[in-house]
Design a protein. Structure first.
Length: 467
């Protein structure tokens, strides 16, 4: 993979929601913080002019993070606009003209996957694909077969090393911190295995519902929306073996190896739920059986993790908005002081959102003559707000041809392999009330490996209404 930076940025879907909420703010920060100074071309079919695009960018920045006047003016001077149909070769001919002398453009497809084929073909025929990089948004297919078909479409015109599949979760500071905490602190490696870990839980809870995404969500569901991608990415960071050698692909190689060792799910390892009132959401089909909650048990067939139960939960309309990892360590063979110690007493907790915290659960002696204690949690690290937003980091990495935080083709295939057997309606759907932790059946799923560890959010925290 080349180390050369891109010499232009093109984003298709310039009039869309993703561009408005994420791309414009990220572009301004790249211009301000990282000195990006290349042509930036927006492409859409909206009847816009360049002035429309600049006004849209300004409004986006005012609504999503604040516009830095000097940085915005620099960004505005770099902006170009192409208005046209993606099926029209003239659109791509104009794009080639707007790119000027650029020879290594970065093309960001912020458009539905159904348009990927026609756009990549248009880029190739117009000469815009030569030496170019391609950024694509999830979903990467609807199942394993369609994901492979999508890769075949992209590979007609772009080699794998020039394709950057964005999963914004990988750009989050606390998700990267999981990997760093594991491998930068030697105290963890000797105990990060089946001999010392009793169980692992990963929870992604959202207090809000589907909101205005009814049609999208009803075609997707929780498994496809967050488990197949975000949650399995977190699992890979948490359980992969240390990368070896100096190859820049070493980390992604280990992630793929880990996911290939995860046993494909069986229906009895899954509980799906749907919150009351989901059918009233605009865009949801009458009688829909799409899940808004899922809990599942995973098994990793490696020497490191054999027989360690791993539980993942994700859902909407739950009591809090929080994402968290909890690693429970085994208690000693017998308690020296004769106490009835909770099994969750010794643990490592990694909060991903809304706040960023690492906590270590321990027991300390209570004051007095008796040898009795209580559980406390030591806060190892708490990061202040203001870290680099995920899309800025990811777009900047793609610009620099750094692929470590992007999903490789074999990783996406391994993700689909895990969830393929339980997609759609192969398991029952249970109703649950809003504000609860899902249907009652989740207790049967975790059984003696429980209890579920429910994230708690401080009243001082102000979680966003959307992820």
């Amino acid at each position: 993979m080349s180390d050369q930076r891109s010499d232009a940025i093109v984003f298709f879907g310039a009039s869309g929601d993703l561009a408005y909420k994420q791309i414009f703010p990220s572009l301004m920060r790249l211009v301000r913080d990282e000195g990006v100074n290349v042509p930036i071309v927006g492409v859409a079919k909206s009847g816009w002019t360049l002035e429309h695009l600049k006004n849209r960018a300004k409004d986006s920045l005012e609504q999503h993070g604040g516009a830095d006047p000097e940085a915005f003016q620099t960004l505005a001077n770099l902006l170009h606009y192409v208005d046209g149909d993606y099926n029209d070769p003239a659109t791509f001919a104009q794009l080639r003209q707007e790119l000027g002398d650029a020879q290594r453009p970065l093309h960001y497809l912020a458009i539905p996957p159904s348009l990927f084929a026609v756009v990549t073909e248009g880029l190739a025929k117009s000469g815009c694909a030569a030496n170019a990089r391609l950024v694509v948004e999830k979903p990467f297919g609807h199942n394993r077969a369609t994901a492979r078909e999508l890769s075949q479409v992209l590979h007609q015109y772009f080699p794998e090393e020039n394709i950057f599949r964005i999963d914004h979760y990988l750009g989050k500071e606390p998700v990267q911190n999981i990997l760093y905490t594991r491998f930068a602190n030697p105290i963890f490696e000797p105990i990060w295995n089946r001999a010392h870990v009793r169980s692992i839980q990963i929870t992604m809870a959202e207090k809000f519902g589907v909101q205005d995404r009814g049609k999208f969500y009803d075609e997707t569901g929780t498994i496809r929306d967050v488990v197949q991608n975000h949650m399995l990415q977190v699992l890979a960071n948490l359980t992969m073996d240390p990368p070896t050698g100096e190859d820049r692909e070493a980390i992604r190689d280990q992630k793929v190896n880990l996911l290939k060792a995860v046993r494909p799910l069986k229906p009895e390892q899954v509980v799906r739920g749907q919150y009351g009132g989901y059918h009233e959401v605009p865009g949801v089909k009458p009688g829909s059986t799409v899940e808004t909650f899922v809990a599942l048990q995973l098994t990793i067939d490696t020497w490191r993790w054999a027989d360690v139960p791993i539980y993942i939960r994700a859902g909407k309309e739950l009591p809090v908005t929080a994402s968290e990892v909890s690693v429970e360590f085994k208690r000693p063979p017998f308690e020296i002081f004769g106490e009835n110690v909770p099994r969750s007493s010794s643990h490592l907790r990694m909060r991903i959102s809304p706040d960023i915290t690492i906590g270590l659960g321990m027991r300390v002696k209570s004051p007095g003559e008796r040898m009795v204690g209580n559980d406390v949690e030591l806060i190892l690290s708490e990061h202040p707000e203001g870290e680099m937003p995920p899309y800025q980091r990811l777009l900047g990495d793609a610009f620099k041809a750094s692929g470590e935080l992007f999903a490789r083709e074999d990783f996406v295939d391994a993700q689909w392999r895990v969830v393929e057997p339980i997609l759609d309606d192969v398991t029952p759907l249970y109703k649950y009330e809003c504000g609860t932790w899902g249907p009652e059946e989740v207790e049967r799923l975790i059984g003696s490996d429980g209890p579920w560890i429910n994230p708690k959010v401080s009243t001082k925290s102000k979680p966003k209404s959307k992820p």
